[in-house]
Design a protein around this ligand. Structure first.
Ligand code: GAR
Length: 202
């Protein structure tokens, strides 16, 4: 159907959020279409999942930096996403900061999921940061991407209790179960035109 939101997904890891989004689409809960999946990691699980679903899945060599893409790699991503007609870019475990070539091209049209209740515990291994800090509740956040790391307007959050017997792995698994619910829901709100970059529901 032509009214489906055309999305492009970027991920560096195993791809469980991609799968949750694709499953929500297949179950008719999310009115979107995955046009392309990109990864900066050649053997990332997300590329395997995407290929098994018959989707266009592309490895983009990131270049020499560890925490961001080289400008030429950002430009390459922009070209692939544009060619695929992508309207919304969905970061699903993409572990590099996007810079101005990318963010100018998709201004206000990039969303991310982060495994904590932002603004607490931005950055890497947020579930471990929460456990080490000793908070009793953490969770996950879907937000628009801005130039600052893990800091854009918030679209959706889910709360997860931290249990006495938690290990980093157990806590992350429970956070991920919530991610898989709120990310497709947040994208559906955008598809319905209920959200703007301000994060407000219309
Ligand atoms: C998710 O927990 C996501 O919140 C996190 O990476 C994981 C990816 O899992 N993202 C970040 O930490 C971004 N700062 P997945 O590959 O199974 O979707």
């Amino acid at each position: 159907m032509s009214c489906k939101l055309k999305i492009g997904i970027l991920g560096s890891g195993k791809g469980s959020n991609f799968l949750a989004i694709q499953n929500a689409i297949e179950q008719g809960k999310l009115s979107a279409e995955v046009r392309v999946v990109l990864s900066d990691v050649e053997n990332a699980g997300i590329l395997d999942y995407a290929r098994r679903k018959g989707l266009n899945a592309v490895f983009v060599p990131p270049g020499k930096f560890r925490t961001k893409l080289e400008p030429a790699a950002e430009q390459k991503c922009v070209e692939i996403l544009r060619e695929a007609g992508v309207e919304l870019v969905v970061l699903a475990g993409f572990m590099r900061m996007l810079k101005s070539i990318f963010l100018d091209a998709f201004d206000g049209r990039v969303v991310n999921i982060h495994p904590s209740l932002l603004p607490a515990f931005a950055g890497l291994e947020a579930w471990k940061q929460a456990l080490d800090y000793g908070v009793h509740y953490t969770g996950c956040t879907v937000h628009y991407v801005t130039r600052e790391m893990d800091a854009g307007p918030i679209i959706a959050q889910a709360v997860v209790p931290v249990l006495p017997e938690d290990t980093p792995e157990k806590l992350h698994a429970r956070i991920q179960a919530e991610e898989h619910l709120i990310y497709p829901q947040a994208i559906q709100w955008i598809a319905e035109g209920k959200l703007t970059m301000s994060g407000r529901r219309g």
